[in-house]
Write a protein that binds this ligand. Structure first.
Ligand code: B12
Length: 203
């Protein structure tokens, strides 16, 4: 078995979806896990300092990420997470949704999230830089074509409690209830999920 096959196979064992993009001299692994009530990746925890912990990612994703890094290191290569738990907190740094589309893990949905044909909007993404030239997956670009899965449906737009969702774009992101609850509370943070719950894909 080639090292590439071994790395991708290991990643596929640990995560629900795996994409590869080329990145400088190496590659970027885009890893996705479905969030569920039993495996709540959306468990964010506000701290007194005003910052927050990615508690769901720490619990459920970090052990898998560490196992993959260790496996890659055993192949004599280096691997590094992008941001805390592979979750860059600024889209300008690395846009995970764009990378997910580029690597074929789904397409933009009207709720501005990446929709996977089976898992709908419930995948959460992580990025890992790998010092190896792995074969890129997916279309290799993030075409802004309308998503056939969203044709004739406005369920997410109708469900937005603050009316800021336009097809494929969040107009005033600071007003998003997910954003407000994230940065203004202490303790377990409840992110608004209305535009995900309303989506019929992957229900
Ligand atoms: C900042 C941020 C937020 C902000 C702003 C969100 C926003 N839409 O801008 C706030 C706090 C509001 C937020 C909320 C949520 N977020 Co958030 N967030 C991020 C973060 C850190 C950066 C996103 C960003 O700034 N992108 C830059 C903007 C410009 O890009 P964009 O939104 O993709 O815009 C593109 C599209 O609009 C597209 N486009 C424009 N016009 C058109 C037209 C057509 C036809 C098409 C097809 C496309 C298209 O082009 C734009 C540029 O590429 C990412 C992690 C990361 N590093 O990527 C997570 C991330 C996007 N969030 C995520 C999630 C899950 C959520 C929430 C559900 C809360 C939660 N449980 O975590 C809500 C959902 C709200 C929503 N409907 O977007 C997931 C999305 C997973 C997925 N399946 O898509 C990410 C990837 C985190 C992760 N690790 O998985 N988030």
């Amino acid at each position: 078995m080639t090292v590439e096959k071994a790395i991708i196979g290991k990643a596929q064992n640990l995560f629900d979806v795996v994409g590869v993009a080329s990145h400088g001299e190496g590659s970027l692994l885009i890893l996705g896990l479905v969030t569920t009530p039993q495996r709540d990746l959306d468990d964010f925890f506000g701290e007194e300092s005003g910052s927050f912990r990615l508690r769901g990612f720490e619990r459920h994703a970090q052990p898998r990420l560490e196992a993959l890094i260790q496996f890659i290191q055993e192949q004599g290569l280096t691997a590094e997470l992008w941001g805390r738990c592979g979750y860059p907190l600024r889209g300008e740094e690395l846009n995970l949704k764009q990378q997910a589309v580029v690597t074929g893990l789904g397409n933009w949905g009207k709720n501005s999230l990446v929709l996977h044909p089976r898992f709908g909007p419930w995948l959460r993404f992580m990025a890992m830089k790998v010092e190896a030239l792995l074969t890129p997956t997916g279309p290799g670009n993030d075409s802004h074509e309308e998503n056939p899965l969203c044709e004739g449906c406005t369920a997410c737009i109708d469900a937005c409690p603050v009316g800021i969702l336009e097809p494929y774009f969040l107009r005033e992101r600071d007003k998003c209830q997910a954003s407000i609850s994230l940065f203004s509370q202490l303790g377990k943070l409840v992110a608004c999920d209305c535009c995900l719950v309303a989506c019929p894909i992957g229900r």
